[in-house]
Design a protein around this ligand. Sequence first.
Ligand SMILES: NC(=O)c1ccc[n+]([C@@H]2O[C@H](COP(=O)([O-])OP(=O)(O)OC[C@H]3O[C@@H](n4cnc5c(N)ncnc54)[C@H](OP(=O)(O)O)[C@@H]3O)[C@@H](O)[C@H]2O)c1
Length: 346
Amino acid sequence: MICKKFILLLLSILLCINMPACASDKPNTDNIHHSSQQDPEDQNPGENQNPGENQNPGENQNPEEKTEPGVFNLEKGTVMLNSGYEMPVLGIGCYLLSNSQAENSVYWALRDGYRLIDTARIYGNEEGVGKGIKKAIDEGIVKREDIFVTTKMWTSDFGNGDAAIEASLKRLNLDYIDLMILHHSQPSNDVQAYQAMERAVKKGTLKSIGLSNYYEPDDFDRVVTATTIRPSILQNETHPYHQSTVMKNHIAQYYTVLESWFPLGGRGNTQTLFNDTTISSIAKAHNKTSAQIILRWHLQAGNIAIPGSSNESHIKENSEIFDFELTAEEMQQLTSIDKKQRFADY
Ligand SMILES: NC(=O)c1ccc[n+]([C@@H]2O[C@H](COP(=O)([O-])OP(=O)(O)OC[C@H]3O[C@@H](n4cnc5c(N)ncnc54)[C@H](OP(=O)(O)O)[C@@H]3O)[C@@H](O)[C@H]2O)c1
């Protein structure tokens, strides 16, 4: 009897060694913009543990696939979030786009290889974004699981977070949102809104959650200490003239990644950055545009960038930043032009 059991065990070990399914598949790194998500089995951190706890990032990953949270992989064009999800590091921003502009920009961006989309309830274009996504999916350009959709909860909805999340899902025409962030700090009820997002993570309608427009470490910590899921992202105004160094260093302890809004300075301010002599001379040296140099700087500095555009050729141009690298000296030169100067006043 014992002998029979031993033979059976030996046979199953031998079978397993020869079957590829028994070996863990390595993540596909073929295409820097495509397939940003991990195997869905590895994706839902809520499945194996209580998402209500501030977990150690990357805890659920297969050890063979383990990627350091917060470290940018510019070969793949992604960063591992503290939620265990992989996020593309370059996206299309949709601020100030009409519904039809957003539909076009999102469609062009997905066609050009972008896999990250940034919108917000207050932009009034979530429907357009949803249509652009649907068009790209219908045409076989992407699958839902290949893309990463971000939207934001507006301050006037903070008292009614559960309904706000449902309404965004409906407008976007999606079953889940990859990342939702609170649009602005609002001490009176942002914790309440964040807790609504935590409930949605448990339900599976939100995958990762984060914050936007928190410019003081204490203000950020106020939300962190009152809640249980660490913010995956802090989205703040960030560009070469406002490099957000203090907040970036502060949030690193939580493995929270900085995402740059106004990555090119924002509408009406872009020429100030494009004509900066440091930026334009580096652009000349690489035979690239100033916009491409600034975007590449964001990625090498460890900032996710979501340049906004309604212009088809700008969208393409902004995607062509994975075929060159800034030297350490150029990165240093760009670091030195920080003026701690914001272009927006909110
Ligand atoms: N969380 C927040 O509070 C917040 C605030 C603001 C923005 N955001 C998000 O961040 C995203 C980025 O910010 P943003 O769109 O305001 O500013 P931005 O990306 O810094 O700049 C957008 C401007 O750059 C121009 N542009 C883009 N690519 C260009 C290129 N290659 N050459 C020349 N011009 C180019 C666009 O014009 P064209 O349309 O002509 O290309 C537009 O005028 C937004 O779209 C939004 O998703 C978040």
